[in-house]
Design a protein around this ligand. Sequence first.
Ligand code: PRP
Length: 185
Amino acid sequence: MLKDDIERVLISEETLQKRVAELGAQISADYAGKEPVLVSVLRGSYIFMADLTRHIDAFCRVDFMAVSSYGAGTVSSGQVNIIKDLSDSIEGKDVIVVEDILDSGNTLHYLFQLLQARHPASIKLATLLDKPSRRTKPITADYVGFEVPDEFVVGYGLDYDELYRNLPYIGVLKPRVYGENLISD
Ligand code: PRP
């Protein structure tokens, strides 16, 4: 069973929903009168994106990018691959990049450089989870759901080896699950 691989629930479904609603309200207020483009960074952000946008009371557009920086290990390789680019231009737009987790900052550092070069009017970052203890790049998020400790978390979109994304909560994975694949920095 899926849940047998989870050591403990870190953020419950109810707590997630409450916080995502708060973030949506905050974004609605901050972007009043504007039409932001929310850019979901796939795949991890798909559930957060779906819930967050439903709490935004504003005209907004959605677009998607797929990038990958992790293999089957639990530590970012530093190499970012663009698998799918945006469908529309962001020139002159107010962009909100939506991520599931800000960890080393490698992915977002690379992505922000790429997107800034396309001349958006503004660009901000909304991340569900923030692990500041592991940051190696100077990236901070404008909207943060929760700060989390340096543990391997899965669920609500976050995976390990492409599994566990469909858990409705954020859980800590049992070390035995990833023990053999752990790559050190
Ligand atoms: C995760 C997450 C971020 C990145 C954060 O993506 O969605 O994009 O890692 O880590 P960093 O701050 O150390 O760069 P991942 O490569 O696991 O792909 P996924 O979204 O498909 O799960």
